[in-house]
Design a binder for this molecule. Sequence first.
Ligand SMILES: NC(=O)c1ccc[n+]([C@@H]2O[C@H](COP(=O)([O-])OP(=O)(O)OC[C@H]3O[C@@H](n4cnc5c(N)ncnc54)[C@H](O)[C@@H]3O)[C@@H](O)[C@H]2O)c1
Length: 332
Amino acid sequence: MSKRILVTGGAGFISSNVVRHLLANTPHEVVSLDALTYAGSLANLADVMSHERLSFVHGDIRDVDLVRRVVAEVDVIVNAAAESHVEKSIQEGASEFVTTNVEGTQILLDAIRETPVERFLLISSSEVYGTAEHDPMDEEHPLNPRSPYAATKAGGDRLAYSYAVTYDMPIVIVRPFNNYGPRQHPEKVVPRFIIQALQGDALTIHGDGHASRDWLWVDDHAEALKTLIDAPIGPLAGEVVNLATGVDISVSDIAALVLDTVGNPAASVEYVDERPGQVDRHIGSVDKMERLTGWRARTSFAEGLERTVAWYRENEVWWRELLQRAERVFSS
Ligand SMILES: NC(=O)c1ccc[n+]([C@@H]2O[C@H](COP(=O)([O-])OP(=O)(O)OC[C@H]3O[C@@H](n4cnc5c(N)ncnc54)[C@H](O)[C@@H]3O)[C@@H](O)[C@H]2O)c1
């Protein structure tokens, strides 16, 4: 049966890929709500903007009246709107992170208390765990957020949980590990490395490069969210689920793989000072998501990286425009 799905942050990296995936693989109508901050762009939705099942609302999840109106018209909410950059939260302060990631979530949650929905997926983050105390990290791992960004994601995550248990609401807390793929802002490490390699520059690695993450191909993420939208809500309500691959890759290995995939002999690797707020090792347990829904990520990093490099090669205008708008990206 066709549903109306609100995807907040729908012009950002992950959400624009989720919107595209839902339009292509479901009969559902999709409403994309986005404030179009520096991180969001309608260029990310250009190929689907005129799709008959997509509508776009330019607005802010902190706008109580707008959120109430939009929420009253939908069956499912995927809240992915966020201030999403760890370093920005450290360098520029946490204010926008608190208001969007925590208060924005609260405004959406209060809106569904007024007009209930069939389900609400809160996109949290593996960053809420901090550095792995044991691995793979399952959903019971302690929450030790190490940056203001991560702390605000933990705030939204726990707020959503409290509404699920207090008001018995159909809320699922989703903790994706690191995503990569087309349309990711050049401030993030994989596109930054790809662009540096394409330009024949040095790929700058902070610290000694041993820090590792669990890398999820963005379309696998979109498929996982579709699975969570389609699955019976009973076993999922009030639950936290990781979206991960169960494999971790170090920053140095990513740099080497990018150099290999891009194949530009002028590019090299340069080690620079470590940054604060970083987690050391992240590897996600995939068991709970598989047990509850049967979903498992299926794209290897090598395969996903090849597709991602091809996309950045073909979409130079897209990333050059973002680089011009955000000079700090490569200086950070
Ligand atoms: N990228 C990752 O690796 C990753 C990993 C785990 C979790 N997440 C989470 O997934 C979600 C999407 O991440 P992303 O990497 O696509 O981020 P992104 O920065 O590319 O996109 C965020 C989008 O949210 C919009 N936005 C920001 N503030 C808003 C507000 N107040 N109201 C409405 N829209 C607003 C921006 O305009 C942008 O389009 C975020 O919640 C992030 O915390 C991301």
